[in-house]
Design a protein around this ligand. Structure first.
Ligand SMILES: [Zn+2]
Length: 452
């Protein structure tokens, strides 16, 4: 009996080795010739690099690598290659409009179903990838887990899109960001799924567990959406519960008091920079709390000069105080003025996102620091830096290429010529080539089945 078991094990090992060998033979090798390769961590660029990619991951990077016979060679020798970009705070599955809802998203939520909003999110994801955003933190207002479904669909290989870090519904105390009528609140449960009401320690724990069960990879708390927002103890509880499911916590903050409670609790990220004081910037820097400032530019289609000046001053101060900054937009709106002024063509969701560079430039932040916010800090805030982001061996091959040099001219990022996601070419010579991303079934099922 023992002998038989031994033979069986040996056979199994031989089989497994054979399967592994066959798989590695099947994994296509791609060699990218990069004219310049930026490392945003150091803020430097190396010239004439070769990036070898096996399947979905980077195998080797260097100046004189031998390119294996049969490798697909992609010549980006006239371009600058860099890691994919991160929008660390956006909302792909809600789009409130001037018509019919007068920008009042309470009505969007009433009028647009979760399936419709999920399809909008899928489109937005493709548009963001086209502009070089390979990672997106999608933090709330996504109907009934449309964000988690999009992550799943992209991960399974149904369609192209960025790596989505979904939060599920935002968790808040009574009312969330809404001011519903008594009848809608009490008899029609109007808060859910746009928000989860959680008013006690037990309810906070349950809400976080539910979000993680249904696909959240990060937790979003409404710290002070109402005067009866969360206490330091509430926030600490949320942080420890979220950690059990491997999630960091972002706090939506709109008052200075709320910001202070979030900082005192040691929250990982604060969303929206407007209520923060210079002293609080100092505290955030000392504690390493990320600022997802959502720094809206003043554009023909959005914003006003006064608000923009305040946003720029706040961003500048946060940068001077060395707060870890991410590039974040809070984009969740659309109007008919969102067109290219010269051509009259619609701006894509990617165009609207990269336009937030205007605020960073107005704040006088050097390109190298903007680039770090858009990459390294974004990967850290998304908590994926161990597997995605850096163009180094062992990491997923997510990378983009642009003409020009973003280290001296950050606007070079506005014209992304090449996008690779998970080792597959999504865009080449400035044109989307997404065919290989579409499948009639779940061709990628990590671990054999999809959990969270
Ligand atoms: Zn937001």
């Amino acid at each position: 009996m023992k002998k038989r078991t031994g033979m069986f094990c040996l056979l199994l090992v031989v089989l497994l080795v054979g399967v592994a060998a066959a798989q590695s033979q099947l994994a296509p090798i791609t060699a990218i010739k990069a004219g310049r390769l930026i490392d945003p961590e150091t803020g430097t660029a190396a010239t004439n690099q070769v990036i070898l990619i096996e399947g979905e991951k980077i195998k080797a990077v260097g100046p004189n690598l031998a390119i294996p016979a049969g490798a697909v060679v992609i010549d980006l020798s006239k371009l600058t290659v860099l890691p994919g970009l991160v929008d660390a705070h956006t909302h792909m599955a809600i789009t409130y409009k001037e018509q019919p809802e007068n920008n009042y998203y309470y009505l969007t939520y009433i009028m647009e179903s979760t399936p419709l909003r999920a399809i909008q999110a899928a489109s937005n994801g493709i548009q963001l990838l086209n502009s070089g955003f390979t990672v997106v933190r999608d933090v709330g207002n996504n109907a009934l887990y449309a964000d988690a479904a999009l992550r799943q669909a992209i991960e399974q290989g149904w369609l192209p899109g960025p790596t989505v870090i979904p939060s599920g519904p935002m968790i808040g105390s009574t009312g969330g960001q809404f001011w519903p009528t008594p009848e809608m609140y009490k008899y029609h449960n109007i808060m859910f799924p746009e928000y989860i009401d959680a008013n006690s320690p037990d309810e906070i724990v349950r809400a976080i567990r539910e979000n993680m069960l249904f696909g959240a990879r990060t937790i979003k708390l409404c710290i002070d959406c109402k005067p009866w927002g969360y206490s330091v103890e509430d926030i600490k509880l949320a942080i420890s519960e979220a950690a059990k499911g491997g999630c960091m916590v972002e706090g939506h903050v709109q008052t200075t008091d709320g910001a202070q409670r979030a900082i005192d609790a040691g929250i990982h990220m604060i969303a929206h920079g407007n209520a923060l004081t210079p002293e609080q910037h100092q505290q955030m820097a000392a504690k390493g709390i990320f600022l997802n400032g959502t720094d809206t530019p003043f554009m023909p289609y959005r914003g006003n000069e006064g608000a923009f000046k305040r946003t720029v001053a706040n961003l500048r101060d946060a940068w001077e105080k060395k707060v870890p900054l991410t590039f974040s937009t809070d984009l969740d709106y659309w109007n008919e003025r969102m067109k290219n002024e010269k051509t009259g063509e619609w701006l894509t969701r990617g165009d609207l996102t990269i336009a937030f560079l205007e605020t960073w430039k107005a704040a006088g932040i050097p390109p190298v620091d903007i680039l770090r916010a858009m990459t390294i800090n974004g990967y850290n805030a998304a908590d994926i830096i161990k597997e995605r982001g850096p163009i180094k061996p062992g990491f997923y091959a997510d990378l983009i290429a642009v003409a020009g040099d973003p280290l001296t001219d950050i606007d070079a990022l506005r014209n992304v010529q090449f996008v690779m996601k998970n080792g597959m070419v999504f865009k080449k010579d400035g044109v989307m080539t997404p065919e290989k991303f579409f499948h009639p079934g779940p061709v990628r099922t990590p671990s054999g089945r999809w959990t969270r």
